[in-house]
Design a binder for this molecule. Structure first.
Ligand code: B12
Ligand code: SF4
Ligand code: SF4
Length: 389
């Protein structure tokens, strides 16, 4: 990079606490080929947005002909666990990137900084367009292209100093940038993440099958989670970090961007609060405004919570599945039918055979026919105010 404007813009990003590096604007043809194969093999599950306008997305220069380079910004998020509050039903785990309220709302925290960096670009006569979370722009490819890190077998961009716990953003610009040397892939002979993935989603070449990825099912999928995924989901309520936790490059990762404020209520949510039958209407929206839970929607996280309850195999969680059985969302009620049967409360599950929604009736039938259990009842724990089916 010879242009001093590039250094000034990079410095402006670094002053705001980001790791920043330049990449050339055009991506090598193998990115397109590789992604095309991934889509053709239907590895994207039901993420239809990844298919829309794919040619343009894979080649941003088709869409923005003026682009010559990309400034890759990384906000590390290896913040410490804020710890679980003493009250509430704090069961299960949440992916680290979702512990900050701003994650789904890049707009609030990242945006002002990005706007300032764009202003520095303008001051230097450089045209810039940011890309943070608007869609599947090949951000990881730009990061790899910038020499920032390499694409690991877990599919993530790995930086020697930061590991994989980084949220990435890109600023497309019209500055002619000299290409950086791509970072050498330093996974070496390590394959740790592949067998560690609880669902066998990692394909070994740095891609994954989203149809098997817990992160996909818990954060992106709108409908029922197939019952064969339940067990492997373990205690992941939202997202999954297993393939990052086992990565040796994360062993010492502890840096985080100063703008991030991890919250105990997000890292260890009170799972009761996910159900419509708990608290007053609007309680969920108030508690989780601006979080990734709110972005996914209450029904989705309530559904996930039931899977986690069922996976404990602990009958004392039945009352919380009953909250699900009386939820306003049929996906939650249908999930509760399976959860209740798995935890041995067939009586409440049987009530769902009379549910006004046919799909719930169907799931209740499947659950009752396919998953035997006892009908023993348990005492309601304190704090459950409604929804006993
Ligand atoms: C769709 C998506 C998902 C899907 C599919 C993920 C996948 N691995 O394919 C699901 C829902 C499963 C998912 C899960 C997660 N995601 Co996600 N996801 C995205 C999203 C929105 C789009 C990705 C995409 O399809 N891009 C299009 C393709 C064409 O481009 P690409 O991403 O650059 O991928 C290409 C390169 O890797 C390239 N490539 C491979 N080797 C090399 C080498 C070189 C030199 C080059 C140039 C290119 C290259 O090949 C790929 C094409 O096949 C991005 C945000 C974004 N806009 O990019 C976040 C993103 C990839 N996700 C991210 C994160 C953090 C996660 C989770 C950890 C969240 C969680 N805790 O649950 C998990 C991790 C799962 C995993 N192991 O990958 C981060 C990754 C940060 C990082 N350090 O890498 C991103 C970048 C979001 C962000 N703004 O920071 N995600
Ligand atoms: S996020 Fe979890 S389920 Fe998805 S590939 Fe990584 S370990 Fe597997
Ligand atoms: S666990 Fe090993 S193989 Fe997997 S991404 Fe990390 S270094 Fe690469």
């Amino acid at each position: 990079m010879t242009d001093t404007r590039a250094d000034a813009i990079c410095a402006a990003a670094q002053e705001r606490g980001f790791e920043a590096r330049w990449a050339v604007g055009d991506l090598p043809p193998f990115v397109i080929e590789r992604y095309g194969n991934w889509l053709a093999e239907r590895r994207h599950a039901m993420m239809g947005e990844l298919l829309r306008g794919v040619e343009v997305r894979l080649d941003p220069l088709q869409r923005f002909g003026w682009v010559r380079s990309a400034l890759v910004l990384a906000a590390p998020h290896a913040y410490p666990d804020p710890g679980a509050p003493d009250d509430g039903l704090r069961v299960g785990r949440v992916g680290r990137m979702y512990w900050v309220r701003e994650q789904g709302y890049v707009e609030r925290v990242l945006r002002p900084h990005i706007e300032e960096i764009k202003k520095v670009c303008r001051d230097h006569g450089v045209r810039a367009r940011d890309w943070v979370d608007q869609g599947p722009l090949p951000i990881r490819s730009y990061a790899a292209r910038s020499g920032f890190g390499w694409i690991g077998r877990n599919g993530m961009v790995i930086t020697p100093q930061l590991g994989t716990y980084t949220t990435l953003a890109v600023l497309l610009t019209d500055l002619e940038a000299a290409g950086a040397e791509p970072h050498k892939n330093r996974c070496g002979s390590c394959t740790r993440c592949i067998p560690a993935c609880p669902t066998g989603a990692l394909l070994g070449d740095g891609t994954l099958d989203a149809k098997r990825c817990i992160s996909y099912w818990t954060t992106q999928h709108p409908g029922l989670i197939p019952t064969d995924m339940w067990g492997p989901m373990g205690d992941w309520v939202f997202g999954c970090d297993v393939c990052q936790e086992v990565c040796p490059w994360n062993a010492k990762a502890e840096r985080f961007w100063s703008g991030y404020r991890p919250e105990a209520a997000l890292a260890h949510p009170d799972l009761r609060t996910f159900f419509s039958a708990y608290g007053d209407s609007g309680a969920f929206e108030r508690l989780y405004a601006g979080s990734a839970f709110a972005r996914a929607g209450r029904g989705r996280v309530a559904r996930n919570a039931i899977v986690v309850f069922a996976n404990t195999g602990d009958a004392s969680f039945r009352p919380y599945c009953r909250l699900g059985a009386s939820d306003v969302d049929p996906i939650v009620r249908a999930t509760a039918a399976h959860g209740l049967v798995r935890l041995g409360d067939r009586r409440t599950a049987a009530r769902l055979l009379e549910d006004p929604d046919e799909s719930v009736q169907r799931e209740a039938r499947t659950a009752l026919l396919g998953e035997p259990g006892d009908t023993e009842d348990v005492k309601e724990p304190a704090g459950v105010t409604a929804g006993t089916g």
